[in-house]
Design a protein around this ligand. Structure first.
Ligand code: ADP
Ligand code: MG
Length: 704
């Protein structure tokens, strides 16, 4: 933009070199425009003053303001550990304010006996209110300030940054950026469009998002800025879709040949469910159009997605193309390979496997066979997207349990042959269609909404550690019936070392309580050698081990129908969709299965809600909705999670589906009138599309 938005952030008053570096590092803010698009994630009503007694742990207040008189001071520690505490009280109670740095500065400003407005993030010690580094203002100062507006924005920040640039500092530089840019804000949206959708001018939106003059002004600003972001995304997605559909070049799978026929007529282990049949029909329809298919298949855990993938791959093979299937973990890839080989025995289709752990011979065989065309189906992990893998004629790609792929992994998805293969992305995490479009780009969606017949609903219970003896008794009982048990431990990057210790401690305790020769306990986690992992999985699969102690590596896809008990340790540390995935490992045979959630006594409200929901329902769609609700309520900083493909600063496609739908409608109309957005009055829109275009790597239409 030529209007100053690109001005280096260091030139904004109050920033300078050092802070500029930190802003870029911590928040990716590099220009004055970036700063203007750094929106508050919350607003505090500064007209509201709480009595100290009402500021309690249970009140759930993130920032508060109270009015209190200074009753005393204290110093503690020495040198770098020095602390300065100010004691204050109002008519309802007392509080302690503490400073760990800038002590000199605050000392000189606090007067014994004087009244202040204190503003900050509350914390509690033995029920007493504490605040670290609050803002202090004299009552007179506060009164003069409040004349402007009651709402004050709180900006997202990081720990490192907020040490240098506190809430006030951040606010100040935003003011300076506004002063720099305010007169140069051009509106990208044509007037007619603004009128049609009831959108305020961009300049007004920027002003009110940072300095809201009223609740209504704020609401309108949010609506406008969200609309712009989602419009940019939709312009991008729809343009790509048009481009994709304009390139007739999709492989044609016109015939159903011997591979599909033989398998379907002779080898199918059970009749397909109605939903499986419907999805296969949808895929067949996609692959005879001459356009490339991009399809997302949603189906709850255990709904039989693998079989759909297999039948689709056979269609590709029948039409003279190769297919590949990519799984997120080594274990899952190996399992798919074994299952598919077994099912295709005698069908005359060549299957190979390739993973990061493939030995030289296996690797060579796979690479050569795939290059020569001798291999029809290649199953593997992201090793499949390595440079060296060259397909003779790749026509169909299945990506299993898509949510487990990081953006970078999806990123390198083949640039392999000239024409793009059809893509089937499978996931057990259900999401609404419009949301899927925003998260994953230009995809059509199929749903398997029916489980294979004869499944008994899994019973889920929540126990605390006190019930461990009871749990062990129950495990014995099930094992005596010939069943098998999973015991899963969390594994979280930040506390990896401790997690592994918990896991190995747990394994030892179980081995002690379930001694040989009656019980065999296997262990499986990411730090083991691939061969050892494989051996553990083999033991468990073949029923040689009754108990498998593992990290969440087994979360996705593992299929051992004889396992009927899933014990999840420290269940409060897992997310809802992960818990549901783990639970899906049992209940795969005809026997009654159980999921036991173990947790500590003390739980946060959110953890308790998750565990309760698990006990209440087996329905993945309901859990996914609840999950979105629970997470949506959390910190907005969380929106960057889950590999979201588009850079959204304020819109949340989950919470803002209504706006999304309108933005989509607007985008479609704009592109219908001006497909390339080439008209002069659409220059701003073209820029908006560019700014919000999905990252290059996620463009499935470029996959080949
Ligand atoms: P997911 O959708 O979670 O990937 P899977 O494909 O692993 O589920 O299937 C789960 C289990 O259900 C497997 O043991 C599979 O053999 C079985 N299965 C799949 N389709 C059917 C069906 N139509 N009837 C009975 N069992 C089925
Ligand atoms: Mg699966």
């Amino acid at each position: 933009m030529e209007n100053g938005f690109d001005t280096d952030i260091k030139f904004v008053a109050g920033v300078g070199e050092a802070r500029a570096k930190l802003l870029a590092q911590e928040l990716g803010i590099r220009t004055a425009g970036d700063l203007l698009r750094h929106y508050p994630f919350r607003y505090i009503d500064r007209t509201r003053i709480y009595p100290i007694a009402e500021i309690t742990d249970g009140a759930g207040l993130s920032y508060v303001q109270f009015r209190a008189r200074v009753t005393g001071f204290a110093y503690a520690g020495a040198g770098r550990k020095r602390r300065f505490t100010v004691f204050v009280r109002d008519a309802s109670g007392a509080a302690e304010l503490t400073w760990f740095h800038s002590i000199k500065w605050i000392e000189s400003r606090v007067e014994q006996g004087r009244e202040y407005i204190v503003f900050g993030r509350p914390s509690f010690y033995r029920g007493e209110l504490r605040m670290a580094h609050p803002e202090l203002e004299t009552v007179e100062q506060a009164l003069s300030r409040r004349a402007e507006s009651g709402l004050q924005g709180i900006y997202p920040s990081t720990e490192k940054l907020s040490n240098v640039l506190g809430a006030k500092g951040m606010y100040r530089i935003v003011c300076n950026a506004w002063a720099l840019l305010a007169e140069r804000i051009a509106d990208p949206l044509p007037e007619a469009l603004r009128t049609q959708y009831g959108l305020v001018p961009l300049r007004e939106a920027f002003y009110n998002i940072h300095f809201p003059q009223s609740q209504e002004g704020l609401r309108q600003a949010q609506f406008r800025l969200k609309f712009d972001e989602l419009l940019g995304v939709q312009l991008d997605i729809l343009s790509r879709r048009t481009a994709r559909l304009a390139k007739a070049g999709g492989f044609l799978f016109t015939k159903v040949g011997p591979a599909f026929r033989t398998f379907y007529d002779e080898k199918l282990p059970f009749p397909l469910t109605g939903a499986q049949k419907r999805v296969i029909r949808e895929i067949r329809q996609d692959t005879v159009t001459g356009f490339q298919m991009n399809r997302l298949l949603q189906g709850d855990v255990g709904s039989g997605k693998t079989l759909v993938a297999l039948l689709s791959m056979l269609l590709a093979v029948d039409n003279g193309y190769q297919a590949c299937m990519m799984a997120p973990t080594e274990i899952l890839a190996r399992q798919h390979y074994a299952t598919i080989r077994r099912m295709l025995d005698g069908v005359g289709v060549e299957v190979a496997v390739l993973t990061g752990a493939s030995k030289a011979a296996e690797r060579r065989a796979a690479l050569e066979g795939i290059a020569s065309g001798a291999i029809d189906i290649l199953v593997g992990t992201h090793a499949l997207i390595e440079e060296k893998v060259r397909f003779a004629d790749l026509g169909f790609v299945v990506i299993d349990e898509q949510h487990r792929f990081g953006v970078e992994q999806r990123a390198r998805l083949w640039t392999k042959n000239e024409r793009p293969p059809h893509i089937l992305v499978m996931t057990a995490t259900p999401i609404p269609r419009t949301l899927a479009m925003t998260l994953y780009g230009d995809l059509d969606v199929s749903v398997i909404d029916e489980l294979p017949p004869g499944r008994r609903p899994i019973r889920t219970y929540h126990y605390t550690d006190a019930a461990r003896l009871k749990l062990f008794g129950f495990m014995r009982q099930e094992i005596a019936k010939g069943r098998q048990v999973y015991v899963v431990y969390p594994l979280i990057k930040e506390s990896e070392a401790m997690d592994y210790k918990d896991l190995t401690d747990g394994y030892e305790a179980i081995s002690r309580d379930f001694p040989l020769p009656d019980y065999v306990t296997a262990i499986c986690h990411g730090k083991m050698k691939p061969a050892d992992k494989e051996e553990s999985m083999r033991q468990f699969k073949q029923g040689e081990a009754q108990i498998l102690v593992a990290t969440s590596v087994i979360e996705v896809g593992v299929d051992v129908p004889n396992a009927t008990v899933m014990v999840i340790e420290s269940a409060e540390r897992f997310g809802l969709s992960q818990l549901h995935q783990l639970r899906g490992r049992v209940g795969r045979g005809g026997e009654q299965s159980y999921c036991i959630l173990m947790s500590g006594e003390k739980l946060s409200r959110e953890s308790r809600a998750r565990l309760d929901a698990m006990c209440e329902t087996n329905d993945g769609f309901r859990l996914a909705e609840l999950d979105l609700k629970l997470r949506g309520a959390g910190d907005i900083n969380g929106t960057q999670q889950s590999g979201m493909a588009f850079d959204l600063k304020i819109a949340n496609p989950t919470a803002d589906v209504q706006i999304l739908a309108r933005a989509r409608e607007a985008a479609a109309a704009l592109l219908a009138a001006d497909p390339a957005l080439a008209r002069p009055e659409h220059r701003g829109l073209a820029e908006l599309r560019r700014r919000h275009s999905g990252r290059e790597e996620l463009d499935f239409s470029k996959i080949s």
